[in-house]
Design a protein around this ligand. Structure first.
Ligand SMILES: C[S@@+](CC[C@H](N)C(=O)[O-])C[C@H]1O[C@@H](n2cnc3c(N)ncnc32)[C@H](O)[C@@H]1O
Length: 157
């Protein structure tokens, strides 16, 4: 199984970029992983919040293949401990899914169409993170989950 993390707009904060690179480098030792960026619309067009959300939603759905398992990162989704999340990932890995796609919404979240198409929603806490910060936090959690699956000490030290 491959994991894709789909995000809106490039990572513009240098410290976030560095953090993602660090954990992405570690993660790919365990599982194929790709960070896919959908170009940011705001810089090119003067869109209202609703229009931006709608257009970003269309772009997100345009990147999803019929066989993909689409999971949204959403503060109203299901919360997991890191151990429970590793269990969730392991189940996906043995279920025959080829591409597990996690999506981080833009600054205004997801359109209704994206919510309708998604097969699940994962929350990383009840707090709201910026669409930039959450990338780094989530890649670390993916790495943590893989070390738990492999029985390695990272989670316990
Ligand atoms: C600034 S937030 C958008 C907040 C927006 N008000 C909403 O309704 O979703 C940008 C994106 O970061 C992700 N995000 C932020 N906080 C999160 C959390 N606690 N758990 C999971 N994802 C989160 C979501 O993908 C969200 O679409």
């Amino acid at each position: 199984m491959k994991i894709t993390l789909l995000v809106i707009g490039k990572t513009d904060k240098e410290f976030v970029k560095k953090g993602i690179e660090e954990y992405q480098k570690r993660l790919v030792h365990y599982i194929p992983f790709e960070l896919k960026i959908i170009p940011d619309l705001k810089s090119t067009k003067n869109l209202s919040e609703a229009q931006q959300k709608q257009k970003e939603g269309d772009l997100i759905l345009g990147k999803i293949e019929a066989s993909d398992c689409l999971i949204l990162l959403d503060e109203n989704g299901k919360e997991y401990s890191s151990a429970a999340f590793s269990n969730y990932l392991e189940k996906k890995m043995i279920s025959g899914i080829k591409n597990l796609v996690f999506v981080i919404g833009g600054p205004y979240g997801f359109s209704e169409e994206v919510y309708k198409k998604a097969q699940g929603k994962v929350s990383l806490s009840k707090m709201t993170f910026s669409h930039q910060m959450i990338r780094m936090i989530f890649v670390e959690q993916l790495y943590r989950a893989m070390t738990i699956i492999k029985g390695e000490p990272y989670h316990h030290v």
